[in-house]
Design a protein. Structure first.
Lengths: 313, 261
């Protein structure tokens, strides 16, 4: 039986814009199932972000990563490098130095760093905290005020702190916020309901559904994203039509395949190549499952995924 | 089966406030009830202007424009015995949010409303009765198939005839209820849509009992395949039951606040 192309017309999902002016990037807004570009022309291709932290990467066994940031001494210089990498649509700055269990930088110090970073960044900016709930709330409040007008995406608000973070970032200063639901589809919807009830417009919410490296429970991530996209498109569920952003790098660079040195695991080969492969494969799988934006770390992975997106559309 | 379609029944000329509003073309009481029902989750709004033998055409046009202009082209069910009024309503109807529903046809005097639906690419609520209460499901099915054939011979899609099994008052016809539910299942298994005025079933019961009876019956009917109903969406128990059924049937994804959205 011949294959008969039968495109389906579905209602476009919501898009969220980050950054300002010509540099702004729109995430989401498609009206097809993930990568079903044959069903309809895609308005916004999946966006690729590159992440860096205020504390520089330990690039001892990662010469390609080190080379990408070569000569960049300050955070501002590293941000500029990141923004200029091939294939990058936006930059994600993670303020790890704020971690009370680590460098424990003060909120004021972080604000200063973020302002320097923002000034040097030629792409839209996304800011992630240090994953200490209390510190992140304080940090986001101060950063939202300091970066007013720059339309930053904050990662992320959770069930415990969505009120404070949502009010401080979106309601007070017009930024964008991601709701983080750790691979819990019902919580993903609930967070959107709660944030909407708080008065946050749907156009200001991104879903951070959580992630996993391939081989580390990725099937849960994949089935969650499948269900979200199905509900959004086929059940017209307004509370699941926000774009999906996935922090790929934080997952893939934390598994042994991307961390064990070649000295310890000679049979596994070059560490950097392993890390790049984990990151690239996971990101491609996320795009196939429904991520509208992925955040990566390694410039080679960024380039590969951007090339994949370009080749598909 | 998709999400259950609640057709809000509260814009009805039996209500004195609505009757006055319709007579004096006063938008406010009608818009208020429309908003309440839509906020409560109604998908369609029924607009019952009564027999409307005189002036029905103007009244239906006015009501359709009023509701669609104020509520983003909300889809409507046009409810009157006056065919000209239905045609007039459809002539000004915007179908971007859904086809108009004609309420209603039956296998008897009102069979021509199927022709009207076919001519206007509308949905038609099709009551499986001819005169009075059908005596059994065989009779119901005869009417159902007759109406289906008529609609399809006029070019309608089967899914645009929504069959009403005729909900019967429980007090007095208790022995008929399960058979009626079985009929819903038969029609649903044919891949067709079903609907009905559920609250008829509790007629004559005390006010505090009616919501319990109505919502229990609607849950049992949904289990049998009922795809829509003409209900009061503002009635809390009914609303909660329908939303919960949609969750259990996996028509909407669960979230803790599912009753609020």
């Amino acid at each position: 039986m011949p294959f008969i192309k039968k495109p389906r017309t579905l209602k476009p999902l919501g898009a969220v814009s980050i950054g300002t002016g010509e540099r702004a990037v729109k995430i989401g807004g498609g009206n097809t199932l993930p990568l079903y570009f044959f069903d309809a022309k895609l308005s916004n291709p999946p966006a690729v972000g590159v992440e860096l932290t205020d504390t520089a990467w330990d690039a001892a066994e990662l010469p390609l990563l080190a080379k990408a940031y070569e000569g960049a001494a300050t955070l501002a210089e590293r941000v500029a490098c990141a923004a200029n990498m091939k294939g990058v649509d936006f930059v994600c700055l993670r303020l790890e130095g704020a971690d009370p269990g680590g460098d424990n930088l003060s909120v004021e110090e972080c604000v200063k760093l973020a302002q320097e970073a923002a000034a040097a960044c030629t792409k839209p900016l996304c800011i992630a905290g240090c994953r200490s709930e209390e510190k992140d709330v304080e940090l986001f409040k101060a950063l939202a005020a300091a970066l007013q007008g720059q339309n930053v995406l904050f990662l992320s608000a959770k069930e415990e702190d969505y009120k404070t973070i949502g009010a401080a970032t979106v309601l007070a200063y017009g930024h964008k916020v991601a709701g983080e639901s750790s691979v819990d589809i019902n919580l993903a919807k609930q967070l959107n309901v709660l944030m909407t009830q708080l008065g946050i417009p749907k156009e200001s919410i991104v879903m951070n559904l959580g992630g996993a490296a391939v081989g580390y429970g990725f099937e849960y991530v994949s089935s969650t994203m499948d269900r979200v996209k199905a509900a959004a498109l086929e059940q017209d569920d307004a509370m699941l039509q926000m774009p999906v952003i996935t922090q790929v790098a934080t997952e893939t660079w934390a598994v042994k395949e991307s961390m064990a040195s070649q000295a310890d695991m000679p049979e596994w080969g070059d560490l950097e190549q392993r890390g790049i492969q984990m990151e690239t494969v996971t990101a491609a799988a996320c795009l196939a499952s429904g991520s509208d934006a992925v955040i990566l770390r390694h410039p080679v992975a960024v380039d590969k995924i951007a090339a994949l997106v370009a080749a598909l559309i | 089966m998709g999400k259950f379609v609640m057709i809000g029944e509260r814009i009805h000329c039996i209500s004195p406030a609505i009757r006055d509003a319709m007579a004096t073309r006063n938008p406010e009481p009608i818009l208020k009830r429309a908003k309440e029902q839509l906020d409560a989750g109604a998908i369609y709004l029924d607009v019952n202007i009564g027999p409307a033998e005189t002036g029905g055409e103007d009244l239906m046009k006015w009501a359709v424009k009023l509701l669609q202009d104020n509520f983003d082209n909300v889809p409507l069910s046009l409810d009157t015995a006056n065919k000209k009024a239905i045609e007039a309503g459809i002539s000004v109807y915007n179908r971007t949010k859904g086809k108009p529903i004609i309420n209603s046809a039956d296998a008897g005097d009102r069979i021509e409303n199927i022709d009207l639906a076919a001519a206007n690419d509308a949905i038609v609520l099709s009551l499986c009765s001819k005169a009075g209460v059908p005596s059994n499901n065989e009779e119901r099915m005869t009417y159902c198939q007759g109406m289906l054939e008529r609609g399809m011979s006029l070019g309608m899609e089967g899914e645009d005839l929504w069959f009403d099994p005729l909900f019967l008052v429980i007090k007095g016809m208790q022995e008929k209820q399960i058979e009626m539910l079985e009929f819903i299942r038969m029609v649903s298994e044919m891949g067709l849509n079903t609907t009905g005025g559920v609250s008829n079933a509790s007629n004559g019961m005390p006010k505090d009992v009616r919501p319990i009876m109505n919502s229990t019956l609607v849950a049992m009917a949904i289990m049998s395949g009922l795809s829509s109903a003409i209900v009061n969406p503002c009635e809390k128990r009914m609303n909660e039951t329908i939303r919960s059924c949609d969750i259990i049937r996996n028509n909407t994804l669960y979230a803790d606040s599912y009753l609020e959205i």
